[in-house]
Design a protein around this ligand. Structure first.
Ligand code: HAM
Length: 424
C-alpha cells in the first residue's frame, strides 16, 4: 500500500531510498529549534491537530481555507486538520492569558496539513517551528522575534551568505491601498496579488491589479522606493545593536498571504533564490480579539519556519551532520548459560544511562561481533567465567582495540568512565 501524495515517511539513517526522509535529520532540526527557543526564554506549548473548521474561516484568508483537510465528524461537527498554528495559539492564549505574565513568549513544533499542489518545497504535510510573542506591541518585540528567527537558522550552520530576512510592513501597504481605494473588501485580494508578484507573470499580475483599480507601475515604484516605516526603522536599529544587520533588508515585495497580519511582516529566503520561503511571519494584533469574540485583546507577533524548505536548503549547503546513532556498548553473549547475568549487566548499564544492545537469540560470536560493528558500538562487553569460577566483564574498545577484564561490580563505573573519555 502506497503513502498518500504529499505525505512523507521518515526512516532512520542511512535512509533506504531517495524518496523517503531522514528521521535523524528531522530530529536534528527540532533539537536546534528547541535549543534556540529556550536560549531566548520561550516556553513550549501544543494544541490539538484537529480543530473546529470555524477557527480558520474567521481570519486566515480564502487561500488557506481552500487548502483545508476538512470534514464532518461523527458528532456532526465541521472540523479541519490544522493548516497552521497561529489560530490555535490565539485560542489558547485567549482562554488563559491571565495566568501568564506579559509578554508571553511561546513556541511549538506542530505538524500541519494543507491540500496544496505538490511541488518543490511544498507538500501536503509539514512540520513548522512557530515562535510568537503576545501582549507587547513595541517594535522591540518584533526585533526580538526576528533575532530568534535569525539565530535558529544560524544554529543550523547557515550564515549571512546563505539567507536574508526580507522585512516589510502591512501598514505601509495599507496606506498605499487606502490612498487609492476606499473599498476595504478589496484589500485582501490586493495583498494576494502582491504576495504572488514574484511567482506570477507580470502580465497576469498587471491584469489582476487593473481589475482592482491599480497599476503595476505604481506598485513597482512603491516597492522600489522601499522607504522603511517608523516601526521598521526601530526594528532595524534594534537588530543593528545586536550586530545582526547583515541578516535583514527592507523589501516591500513581501506582504504575506495570510489575512490576519497587521504591521511588520517578513520572510526568510535563501540568498541564491533557489528555494521558496524558509519562514514567514509578522504582526497580527487583531486575531486574538477576533477569535475570542472580543473578550481578550492581545497584540501579537510571530513566525513559522517549515522543515521542508529548510531541509532542502541544509542538504544543498551540505550542512547536515553525519547521523550514525552509535551505541556505547554491545553485549556479546557467547556462553548461553550466562545469558541471565548478561541481561542483568545490560540492564545495569542502561540504568546508568548508556546506550546498549545485544542479540535476543543465540548466535555465533562472529555474527554478534559483526552486529556490534554495524551498530557503531564504542565497546563490546562480555560476561565471562574465570578459571576460579568468578564472573568478570571483558570490555573491548572498538575504537582503540584495547581490551580489559574488570570485576562485574566495577563494570558500570568502568564503562561509564571509558564512554565519557571517548566522547571528549
Ligand atoms: P506560512 O507562510 O503559511 O505562515 O508558513 C510558514 C512557513 O511554513 C513557510 O515559509 C514554509 O517554509 C512552510 N510551509 C508552509 N506551507 C507549506 C507546505 N505546504 N509545505 C511545506 N512547507 C510549508 C504561517 O503558517 C503562519 N501561521 C506563521 C506565523 C506564526 N505567523 C505568525 N505566527
Amino acid at each position: 500500500m502506497e503513502r498518500l501524495p504529499g505525505f512523507r515517511d521518515f526512516y532512520p539513517e542511512p535512509v533506504p531510498t531517495q524518496d523517503v526522509w531522514s528521521a535523524d535529520a528531522r530530529n536534528h532540526i527540532f533539537a536546534k529549534w528547541r535549543l534556540t527557543a529556550r536560549r531566548y526564554g520561550f516556553r513550549e506549548y501544543d494544541g490539538p491537530p484537529l480543530e473546529p473548521l470555524e477557527l480558520y474561516t474567521v481570519k486566515s484568508g480564502d487561500e488557506i481555507v481552500g487548502q483545508l483537510y476538512s470534514f464532518t465528524d461523527k458528532g456532526d461537527r465541521s472540523v479541519a486538520l490544522r493548516p497552521e498554528m497561529t489560530p490555535t495559539l490565539a485560542r489558547l492564549a485567549a482562554a488563559h492569558e491571565r495566568n501568564y505574565k506579559k509578554p508571553i513568549k511561546w513556541f511549538a513544533i506542530p505538524q500541519l496539513f494543507r491540500y496544496e499542489r505538490q511541488q518543490k518545497g511544498r507538500l501536503r504535510e509539514h512540520f513548522q517551528f512557530n515562535a510568537d510573542i503576545l501582549g507587547e506591541n513595541d517594535p522591540a518585540a518584533d526585533a526580538e522575534l526576528i533575532s530568534l528567527l535569525i539565530d535558529s537558522l544560524r544554529a543550523l550552520g547557515l550564515t549571512a551568505d546563505d539567507f536574508v530576512i526580507r522585512l516589510s510592513s502591512r501598514n505601509a501597504w495599507q496606506e498605499f491601498f487606502n490612498a487609492r481605494c476606499s473599498d476595504q473588501f478589496k484589500a485582501y485580494s490586493f495583498y494576494q496579488i502582491i504576495d504572488k508578484l514574484d511567482r506570477e507573470a507580470p502580465a497576469e499580475s498587471a491584469g489582476k491589479l487593473t481589475a482592482l483599480g491599480f497599476s503595476l507601475s505604481e506598485v513597482t515604484e512603491f516597492i522600489q522606493g522601499g522607504k522603511p516605516t517608523k516601526e521598521l526603522e526601530a526594528v532595524l536599529q534594534n537588530l543593528a545593536a545586536r550586530g545582526l544587520s547583515d541578516f535583514v533588508k527592507v523589501d516591500y515585495n513581501v506582504i504575506r498571504g495570510l489575512a490576519y497580519y497587521t504591521g511588520v511582516v517578513f520572510e526568510a529566503f535563501d540568498k541564491k533564490g533557489q528555494f521558496r520561503a524558509v519562514a514567514g511571519g509578522g504582526r497580527y494584533d487583531n486575531l486574538v480579539k477576533l477569535i475570542s469574540r472580543g473578550k481578550v485583546d492581545l497584540s501579537a507577533i510571530g513566525f513559522g519556519m517549515g522543515d521542508v524548505v529548510l531541509l532542502e536548503l541544509l542538504k544543498e549547503r551540505k550542512l547536515l551532520p553525519r547521523f550514525d546513532a552509535g551505541l556505547d556498548a554491545f553485549c556479546l553473549i557467547e556462553d548461553e548459560t550466562l545469558r541471565p547475568e548478561s541481561l542483568r549487566l545490560v540492564q545495569n548499564l542502561r540504568d546508568a544511562g548508556l546506550a546498549v544492545d545485544y542479540l535476543f537469540v543465540p548466535a555465533k560470536t562472529d555474527k554478534q561481533f559483526k552486529r556490534a560493528v554495524e551498530r557503531n558500538a564504542a565497546h563490546t562487553v562480555k560476561v565471562e567465567r574465570m578459571s576460579d569460577g568468578q564472573l568478570a566483564l571483558r570490555m573491548k574498545s572498538l575504537r582503540t582495540r584495547d581490551e580489559t577484564v574488570v570485576s562485574l561490580t566495577d563494570a558500570v563505573e568502568r564503562l561509564c568512565r571509558a564512554t565519557a573519555m571517548q566522547s571528549r
